[in-house]
Design a protein around this ligand. Sequence first.
Ligand code: ADP
Ligand code: MG
Length: 590
Amino acid sequence: MRKAIAALPDTLISQIAAGEVVERPASVVKEVLENAIDAGAQAITVRLEEGGIQRISIQDDGMGIPSHELPLAILRHATSKIASLSDLESVASLGFRGEALASIASVSRFSITTRTREDDHAWQIQVNGGQTVGGVTPASGPTGTTIDVQDLYFNTPARRKFLKSASTELGHCLDVIRRIALSRPDISMAVWHNGKITERWAQGNIEQRVDAILGQEFHEAKIPLEQVSGALSIRGFISKPTASRARADQQYSYVNGRFVRDKVIQHAIRSAYQDVLHGDRQPMVVLSLEIDPQLVDVNVHPAKTELRFRESGAVHQFVFKAIQNALGVAAGHNAGTPSLASHSFAPVSSNHGLNTWMASMSNSSLPLKADSKNSMDQFFIRQNDPIASQPSHQTHSDLPLGHAIAQIHGIYILAQNQSGLVLVDMHAAHERVLYEKLKIDLAEGVKVQQLLVPVVMHASELEVAKSEEHRETLVQLGFDIATLAPTQLAIRTIPTLLQKSDPIGLVRNLLNELDSTGSKAVVDAAQHERLATQACHAAVRAHRLLTLTEMDALLRQMEQTERADQCNHGRPTWIQLSIQDLDKLFLRGR
Ligand code: ADP
Ligand code: MG
């Protein structure tokens, strides 16, 4: 039997909307905190009971709501933040949809107590499952607003069943609170749970807030990052590759102050670390991107954690470069040696005399056999004769990585620099040096391989359209792709470096990514993977004995190489032990 079409009652509409906006207590916390921030709050107190399931009460000292507007605050699609389409397109507030309070009030026992600076006292409105109880009444309270939400989903038992335990819901609430607290260090915040204080953050700068929230691990690993370019700016902190995590649970990115999970940004982060982090390791980041609001659409998702950039390729490139720069600079700071910090790790210059040595190292015909016994002997002489153990060329001791003294078990190089002892993982360091050099060669231009027989691939209409739209970029990347039929493409050239890869899979991924994130990172990734393998094969093997001159040459080469202090898998390639460190080992001066 057909039922007649009928408009839904208002409360039911809000309850339906609540399904999207109020997924769980944490979503209430998010919406209410964002309102407090939009109201210019300087101090916010969050009180939760039973993980927010029983009660969420959030008090701010913002501008308050005039009493005659209180009924509108809980009306669906009523907002003070935008009034026109052009406002929407350049929106700077966190809220603008005017549906959060209406949705929350429709599925809870809800009240707003609020007082503006002009009011003599506060005003209150109470709502029970979407029904206003008793109108706007006088109340007591300071300037600002308190939103009180009790018994979430009391009138929608089907939804209530989806709630998890109080401790799980509390965890989600705290996640949301931390995210927001990281975006606004200028606002002091306190969080209470079941009557006990769990967090308190004073007003401060971003570094203090990051330290307070992300703790010691990030404090020790963090590298500051700041970059401005035209309509885009980014600042924040990222972790050194040597301090990665198994999960991406410490990645906070913000666009115009709003916490987002954006695949363009996430992808840029992953690609920027790709060379220095092992496969599935994850960096820690707190990154805040500012962009002209006109260039981003935040109205994509009811909870607004997703957005769309008008020029996603440019954003990707910008974030990627900013992180890479920060990682490159950090190479000089990692070991904490003053001489290294001031030393700029310039890219390998191809006319550097020592490159010849490196070139010979990467050939398998090394002039090492004749010397190996010799360097063994030297090593023993050094051990037994304290005077001879001073390197003869000690006058140049201001070199960042110092001078080689010996090789240990054919694996480690021992060197002395101004601050003490340097230990180098010979193979890892050489691999890094070669890899960076190969990358520079690659950046100078892709070598293209013409395929004798073009590879024909079946493609969807969409893929064919994408290949035509991105044709120019594809050619630059070394892929000459022609349309054979509405659902057939012919791959006519590929980058020489990728001869051994599966061209169809590569092109398919590339088309996908060019379209969704505007990035060509899949090709970079595939090429860099090949380069990394080449570098690994060419790098000097462990257990090969080197002369002091050869070891010194490697040290010099490392100083010239960007990111020489981590191998391609994010492990350190060298460490510094200062005289103080050594003294400590021997309990000297205690
Ligand atoms: P939106 O934030 O999208 O405008 P909401 O439903 O969250 O929609 O809030 C409705 C309106 O109530 C806001 O536009 C704002 O004017 C007012 N409001 C909500 N919370 C506060 C607050 N903490 N302080 C001052 N005004 C508030
Ligand atoms: Mg809001």
